[in-house]
Design a protein around this ligand. Sequence first.
Ligand SMILES: Cc1ncc(COP(=O)(O)O)c(C=O)c1O
Ligand SMILES: [Zn+2]
Length: 391
Amino acid sequence: MHRLRCITCGKEYSPEAGRYLCDDCDSIHGTLEVIYPLDEMKIVKKFDSRKGIFQFGDLIPAKSHTVMDDYVGGTPLCRFVDKFGYKDISIKYDGTGISASYKDRASIIAINRAIEEGNDCIFCASTGNAASSLALLSANTNLRTVIFVPSTIPKGKLAQLMVAGAEIFPVEASYDEVFDLSIEIGLSNAWYTRNSAVNPYLLEGKKTGAYEICIQYDYDPPDYVFVGVGDGTIISSLCKGFKEFYILGLIKKIPKVIGVQAQGASTLMKVFEGGKLIKESVSTIADSISVGNPRDVIKACKYLSDNGGRIISVSDDEIIAAISLMAAETGIFSEPAGAVTLSGLLKSDLPRKAKVCLLVTGNGLKDTSNIKVKSFRTFTIDEVYSYFGKE
Ligand SMILES: Cc1ncc(COP(=O)(O)O)c(C=O)c1O
Ligand SMILES: [Zn+2]
């Protein structure tokens, strides 16, 4: 039912196996978007926010082939009153899934497409979350899974990878370099790729977060949604998901999407603001969004201008502070790339009456290295009794 269209020149392609990029454009400009005949599609509001992403039927360009398909998506949206200076604020928490990050939504689509297209091997380059999600979700399939990550990957993410039984290459290089390496090896071997931007279908899994936010707000979505930005796929997917629900007549307004980057890795923000394509070396404690050559930059800029949103940046200190503040105030423990959303909100100048949703894309247990554990003394059992006045 869907077709593929080049994000830059608009050339359309039918979705045949092995089609990743436009023939006429380079790998950054020639990423493809998945398009549907939305005007002809009749979708009724019968969705359940606790069900997985395959409930969205024709809006999902893959059939379900694996046991895990029903367990991706359907994550909680926790709604708070009077938090962080806002009357109505929610956290959409994607740290609860199979691999505890938003990446499950994309990996499961890639796995099912790989199976459908008759592949026996799938690969990806990742800062860590896409990799651990792919490795865990493909563990129960017959797919050979090959993973390339920077060797600086946080221990929690590495542990997930190690136990999942994939072939893992922690490479002494940046994510941007590992990405290029993986494409060279993977595509020359004709393996199926789960690399951001190159595979247009990933975004179709990720957009379901936007669908679920609409459903969880009873089809009256918030004014603003904040999200961490690296390659730019998640932010693009949110803009696309909200727009599709709007065109389908399921919502009456589209939330503004606000991307948040780390100051030391704000390449996509610079391109969005300056209009000039750049690549740079980057550094931030938020490893998942430490990206200096964002692969989905063209789509992200196009979709974000259409959405009317923007991108802001925050310091590493602000991110570290936000992790603790969020956990202490709401009970949600986020990894740095998710906590940027709170840092971004605190830095923004939104009206206090705005309805705001923060998308927390990864569980805090994945990377605890930046958490400042307060120095503490230990107690004997007798000391604890005496502390509470019992002899
Ligand atoms: C937890 C988390 N948040 C945000 C992002 C950013 O997503 P994208 O690279 O699509 O911009 C990632 C990507 O790895 C991630 O793992
Ligand atoms: Zn093109």
